[in-house]
Design a protein around this ligand. Structure first.
Ligand code: ADP
Ligand code: MG
Ligand code: ZN
Length: 479
């Protein structure tokens, strides 16, 4: 047994998600990504004297929606607090956040790692405003600041220290992201900063009930980086303890190039921030009706929908995982099936040809012209032998390009598959007469001569002959 097996890791994650509003949390400035630096600012989000914040109702709606999606209880009141600290990216020298009354608390999400299901409890989820962004690489001798992000609405979701492996941390993040994107509260785009994660890590001997001293890791810019950082941190802490040293409570930065973490500062305590109730925003009650109204607009959650797909449509777990990875895939799939198409065929088209088309064109399924209804029509054309599977692939491409339905394209181009036996017989006779050698070959046992003959018939009919019927007729003729 190695020394590492004696220890258990304990991980708690703090995730900040940007709520998908058009404007900031306390002013009307745009939250759009990539605007000219400092252009999306006003006296309120720049913290100028005499200004007052006004709470954006959309933030409230999306916050509650997110909270419900992660199974949280909702607070009875909305109350904000000031978290005081000085930093150049924070023009007011305080951040409006929530301290003792988070918007939501006591939630959970269910994750699966290596087929093991596990429930991770969520301590709280609270609203706050984001700070600006310091840029260290824009000027040779100075750091510059972009206040466009200042006042961007965030929901901070804090997990219980119940995650025990780097893989569980990874799964927790993927599941959380999937749920939040699914209900449409955030795009969770890590590159644009709409999702950020800090990981708190400690270790203790197995059997120990007291938590070890934690270190907080920041600066991971992907879920994989979180997994790697946590992995590194666990080993490093065990090594430190085994060397007879103590773990210090501190904040560390992950260095992705070197794949190590290093100390940034010792961790501050809550009392360092001198929290007090935000005097410029009056607390208000959340009514039961408001919560009920938001609940009634919630889509079916991914986990429940996945189970239903497996049961109702008889598809595999991994097929369902693909479909539920984006709400739009699940919607497209289900709409096509409701038009009467076979679920497995729909899955095959969607995960195959359609995905490769939209990837090639670098567009999303929303932007794709080929609708669920058209896919159902295409599948029906194949099933009723009007077109072959191969023709269908071409028709899909054209239909998506020109916006005509598959039926319209079949009509317009005269693409109907030839399934009429009489018509095919004539063509077969012609082909057999002009390929006598292949006929003899086949009769003397060369099975692949048949393939050649089928190919000639397809060529003669410009690919329109129904391959199944051609095969059948040919075999009969060559008996
Ligand atoms: P702080 O006030 O230092 O930010 P919190 O109690 O708010 O600490 O917890 C922050 C996060 O750290 C939570 O996700 C929590 O689950 C996690 N956490 C708390 N204590 C530990 C610990 N000893 N080991 C690992 N994670 C911890
Ligand atoms: Mg914290
Ligand atoms: Zn503003």
């Amino acid at each position: 047994m190695s020394i590492y097996d004696k220890y258990e890791a304990v991980i708690g994650l703090e995730v900040h998600v940007q709520l998908a509003t058009k404007t900031k949390i306390f002013c009307g400035c745009s939250t759009k990504f990539g605007q000219i630096p400092n252009s999306a600012t006003c006296p309120v989000c720049l913290g100028l004297p005499g200004t007052l914040p006004v709470f954006n109702k959309e933030v409230f709606m999306l916050g509650i929606k997110a909270a419900l999606a992660i199974n949280c209880q909702i607070q009875e009141i909305v109350k904000f607090d000031r978290k005081n600290y000085y930093y150049p990216d924070l023009p007011k020298a305080y951040q409006i956040s929530q301290y003792d009354k988070p918007l939501a608390y006591k939630g959970y999400i269910d994750i699966v790692t290596n087929d093991n299901p596990k429930r991770i409890n969520i301590t709280r989820a609270h609203l706050e405003e984001d700070a600006g962004k310091l840029l260290h690489d824009q000027h040779p001798s100075a750091t510059v600041v972009d206040y466009n992000r200042t006042g961007t609405p965030l929901l901070e979701i804090v997990s219980e220290p119940e995650i025990n492996t780097p893989e569980e941390a990874y799964q927790y993040l993927s599941t959380l992201k999937n749920i939040l994107r699914y209900v449409g509260v955030s795009d969770c785009n890590m590159e644009e900063g709409s999702l950020r994660c800090d990981a708190n890590v400690s270790v203790r001997l197995y059997g120990e009930t007291k938590l070890g001293t934690k270190r907080e890791l920041k600066n991971m810019n992907s879920f994989k980086a979180v997994r790697a950082a946590v992995e590194y941190e666990i080993t490093d802490q065990i090594d430190t303890i085994e060397d007879g040293e103590k773990i210090l409570q501190e904040t560390r930065l992950w260095d992705a190039d070197k794949q190590i973490s290093r100390s940034m500062r010792s961790k501050e305590e809550a009392h360092d921030y001198k929290y007090f109730p935000e005097p410029d925003l009056v607390p208000f009650h959340i009514t039961v009706q408001q919560i009920e109204e938001i609940k009634s607009k919630m889509p079916e959650l991914p986990q429940a929908r996945k189970n239903r797909f497996i049961k109702d449509y008889n598809i595999t777990e991994s097929d369902a995982d693909f479909l539920l990875s984006e709400k739009i895939y699940a919607d497209y799939f289900e709409e096509t099936v409701k038009e009467g198409a076979d679920p497995k065929l729909v899955y095959n088209w969607l995960s195959g040809d359609i995905m490769s088309e939209i990837n090639d064109q670098k567009i999303s399924l929303e932007e794709y012209n080929f609708t669920a209804k058209m896919l159902a029509e295409l599948i029906e054309l194949i099933n009723s032998n009007v077109i072959s599977g191969k023709m269908a692939k071409e028709i899909l491409k054209e239909s998506a390009k020109e916006g005509f339905t598959p039926k319209a394209i079949v009509e317009k181009k005269g693409l109907k598959q030839i399934s009429n036996e009489g018509e095919l017989e004539n063509i077969i006779t012609q082909v057999l007469n002009s390929n006598k050698k292949s006929v003899t070959d086949y009769k003397s046992g060369k099975e692949n001569a048949l393939g050649y003959l089928v190919g000639q018939i397809m060529k003669e009919t410009k690919g329109k002959a129904n391959p199944g019927i051609v095969n059948k007729l040919l075999r009969e003729r060559l008996l």
